[in-house]
Design a protein around this ligand. Structure first.
Ligand SMILES: C[S@@+](CC[C@H](N)C(=O)[O-])C[C@H]1O[C@@H](n2cnc3c(N)ncnc32)[C@H](O)[C@@H]1O
Length: 305
């Protein structure tokens, strides 16, 4: 299934691209959002598009005006932006996670529904794969990953089964891991083993790619890159991602942090941004009907003061 950009109308509404605008698409993917931005900024605008997955740019078939593409990780956002003349921009977009093209490609190992190598790297030049992680992490480490990132109730038995099983032979494929998950889920929950597998696969992916650390680090770099009035829009698909975004936005929007008993402000802290989405924006039922992968999406946006 080709990748369908999520919350497309809402992204353009909150980024509010104007002719001649300069934008960073930190997660180019299949380029759906970049195309929409490009249409608004016209021939005098510029987009710097980043993706950790170099294949994203190889697969891309459309022509986008004034698009500069960079294979890189958004955890290095500021350095990449500055190296490419994007030190002050009108907006930065993060559409987190992976694209449908990656999920659907068995060779990438992201899906338990397709047999392939346990890879799961966004960036294939990275050394550590999912197989490396699964075959070397301790039972405690696996348990922590499954619980924290997957919120999976059978984390313990799944972690135990992996460690027991790999004594015989290393786990190599998505099918082997899926079968092990199925076996570790108690009989009366086995009809829901796919849900457990989805959560475990997602947890492993988050760990392999250091997704939460990269997000926290990238958000910290955004404010320096924005012009006053510039905007950051983030679409997240996992509650832990959304929590990081929400906390960062709230912190940046906070003014004085003096204790309430102080008669006057001594900290001098001023709000750096205005929050544009008091509550996260979620897809409409209609969008979910047309693209079920949009279901967990949450969009938040800020504007630099
Ligand atoms: C959901 S897709 C983006 C889809 C895109 N907005 C579109 O409309 O086609 C997310 C993309 O972000 C990339 N990505 C995830 N984490 C990244 C990171 N830390 N740095 C750079 N790219 C990343 C993935 O490789 C994937 O291609």
């Amino acid at each position: 299934m080709p990748h369908i950009p999520v919350l497309l109308k809402e992204v353009t509404e909150f980024l509010d691209p104007k002719p001649g605008g300069k934008f960073i698409d930190a997660t180019f993917g299949a380029g759906g959002h970049s195309r929409a931005i490009s249409e608004k900024i016209g021939p005098t605008g510029k987009i710097l598009a980043l993706d950790a997955n170099s294949q994203a740019f190889e697969n891309f078939k459309f022509k986008i005006l004034n698009l500069q593409t960079i294979h890189g990780n958004f955890r290095n956002l500021k350095a990449i932006a500055e190296e490419n003349g994007f030190e002050k921009v009108d907006g930065i977009l993060f559409d987190l996670g992976l694209s449908s093209d990656m999920l659907d490609d068995p060779e990438r190992g992201f899906s338990f529904q397709k047999n392939g190598p346990l890879d799961m790297r966004f960036d294939r030049s990275q050394k550590i794969t999912a197989a490396d992680l699964i075959n070397s992490a301790t039972e405690r480490e696996l348990l922590k990953i499954f619980k924290e990132y997957g919120e999976e109730r059978f984390s313990k038995s799944i972690a135990r089964a992996i460690v027991e099983n790999r004594k015989e032979a290393k786990l190599k494929t998505t099918e082997e891991l899926f079968n092990l998950i199925k076996k570790s889920v108690p009989g009366r929950f086995r009809h829901k083993a796919q849900d457990s597998a989805r959560r475990i696969f997602q947890a492993i992916r988050i760990e392999v790619n250091g997704e939460l650390q990269a997000l926290g680090s990238a958000l910290n770099q955004t404010l320096d890159l924005l012009k006053p009035g510039g905007r950051v829009v983030v679409i997240s698909f996992h509650s832990l991602e959304d929590r990081i975004v929400k906390k960062f936005f709230q912190e940046a929007a906070k003014g004085c942090v003096c204790p309430p008993e102080f008669p006057q402000c001594v900290c001098g802290k001023l709000p750096l941004v205005k929050i544009l989405t008091r509550k996260p924006i979620t897809p409409t039922e209609r969008e979910i009907e047309q693209n079920s992968r949009a279901r967990p999406a949450k969009l938040r946006a800020i504007e630099k003061i």
